[in-house]
Design a protein around this ligand. Structure first.
Ligand code: FAD
Ligand code: PYC
Length: 395
């Protein structure tokens, strides 16, 4: 898919840390949109081996804040012809997305989201319990009698895609345009002189550069410590699991915040399932039996007929959480050090728009207008972008 360059060069115009979807997309758009290809992407492991290759691939734009809705909507638009751009099948599949409401309070939040979405031209509406039952006759909408479904937010554009292929597509596209991708290359230090970036140190030697984009998701605090930038990011594990493959059974994507469960069915037939964050800070991607048992119990509340289906495997990623459940993007107090972080449990869907807006930000040394609501300075100014009610499942 891409070259394996033998040596690191002593200097690049731009160094991108992290070959996840976000770092690779930024490299791709830097080269394609801004003609900047003297770029290297440094990855301590393998391409797409972080949260990009661990997520449950849900793409949607039914957020709560106007800043969030506009941003994710642009991303959903970019997703539509990404496969053609790459000449690669991303298995992008529009399914429709139901966020179930089990209480009057969640019906209110769904109405709020639907109104903000519609106002910005995004296709979302509140539907009643009968519509949910009609779409999914196999669902027990009483949830065993203890958490009856009262309705849902239905978002027709909700989709899934093949996550690894997204990283491969952006990686190949960037490589074709002259970007170097160095795997097994860990950034161990970042040089700052007089308040601006001058280079990075790696396990394979030193590199001079005046621009560093940090796109390392669950490792963000380690990298920001290297340049003395403080963020309110905290790391929690987020786990997921898949069932054995089944015949096509579930078309839409289902999320229940109250039951802490979400599920879709992949092109391979697996039920792809997850829940909320593990309730403790931990820089680790271990998975637990406790999670698998809890998730299975809640899945069976909704779909009792699945009791004979076996779990095939489970895994975890490290989610870089922010207090308002919105990302931290753009310039920082250190000149030439740019952040694409705080992507927690919700950043896969944003991969294309993050790449595009961060490429613009790095190329022009000015934040792209679409990321203004996501600046680091919002925490000092008490101007949060509260997305907790829409980020993913309940946290
Ligand atoms: P990553 O893909 O994690 O890439 C960062 C890379 O940086 C890694 O490869 C890492 O090895 C590398 N790195 C770290 N430190 C260094 C260093 N010092 N030197 C060099 N390289 C380094 N989002 C959605 O939108 N929809 C979902 O359904 C969804 N489900 C999720 C389910 C799970 C279980 C998890 C864990 C996350 C989920 N997410 C979801 C969130 C999403 O996966 C992430 O927000 C997104 O993938 C982040 O992409 P990235 O490119 O920023 O980070
Ligand atoms: O962002 O839609 C999402 C999501 C679902 C599960 C994890 N993240």
């Amino acid at each position: 898919m891409f070259r394996v360059p033998a040596r690191l060069r002593p200097a690049y115009d731009v160094v991108i840390i992290g070959a996840g979807g976000h770092g690779l997309a930024a490299a791709y758009y830097l080269a394609r949109e801004h003609g900047i290809s003297d770029v290297c992407v440094l990855e301590k492991g393998w391409l797409g081996g972080g949260n990009t290759g661990r997520n449950t691939t849900i793409v949607r734009s039914n957020y709560l804040t106007p800043e969030g809705v506009a941003f994710y909507d642009r991303s959903v638009q970019l997703w539509q012809d990404l496969g053609e751009d790459f000449d690669l099948n991303l298995f992008y599949s529009t399914r429709g997305h139901y966020t179930l409401a089990h209480t009057d309070a969640s019906i209110r939040t769904m109405r709020w989201r639907a109104e903000v979405n519609k106002h910005l031209g995004v296709d979302s509406e509140v539907v009643d319990a009968a519509a949910v039952q009609e779409a999914m006759p196999m669902m027990d909408i009483t949830c065993g009698g203890h958490a009856e479904v009262l309705g849902a937010l239905f978002h027709a554009p909700g989709a899934i895609a093949r996550h690894d292929a997204v990283a491969w597509g952006y990686g190949r596209g960037a490589d074709n345009r002259g970007v170097e991708i160095h795997q097994n290359t860990e950034v161990t230090g970042i040089d700052v002189e007089g308040g601006r970036v001058t280079g990075v140190r790696t396990n394979r030697g030193q590199i001079k550069t005046r621009k560093v984009l940090c796109a390392v998701a669950g490792s963000t605090p380690r990298l920001t410590d290297m340049v003395g930038v403080r963020t309110p990011i905290y790391i929690h594990p987020l786990q997921a699991m898949v069932s054995e493959p089944m015949k096509p059974w579930l078309d839409p994507i289902i999320v229940s915040g109250s039951l802490h469960v979400y599920v879709s069915q992949s092109a391979r037939g697996e039920l792809v399932m997850g829940a909320s964050l593990d309730p403790y800070e931990l820089h680790s991607s271990r998975s637990t039996l406790d999670f698998a048992e809890g998730l299975c119990a809640h899945m069976l509340d909704l779909f009792p007929s699945l009791s004979h289906v076996r779990v095939a495997r489970q895994w975890a990623g490290m989610a870089d959480m922010t207090p308002d459940f919105a990302p931290i993007m753009g310039k920082t107090p250190v000149e030439g050090f740019y952040l694409d972080s705080g992507w927690g449990t919700w950043g896969f869907k944003a991969t294309p728009i993050c790449g595009m807006t961060m490429a613009h930000t790095v190329a022009n040394d000015a934040n792209h207008p679409l990321i203004e609501g996501f600046n680091l300075s919002r925490f000092a100014d008490y101007r949060l972008t509260g997305e907790k009610g829409a980020a993913s499942v309940g946290h």
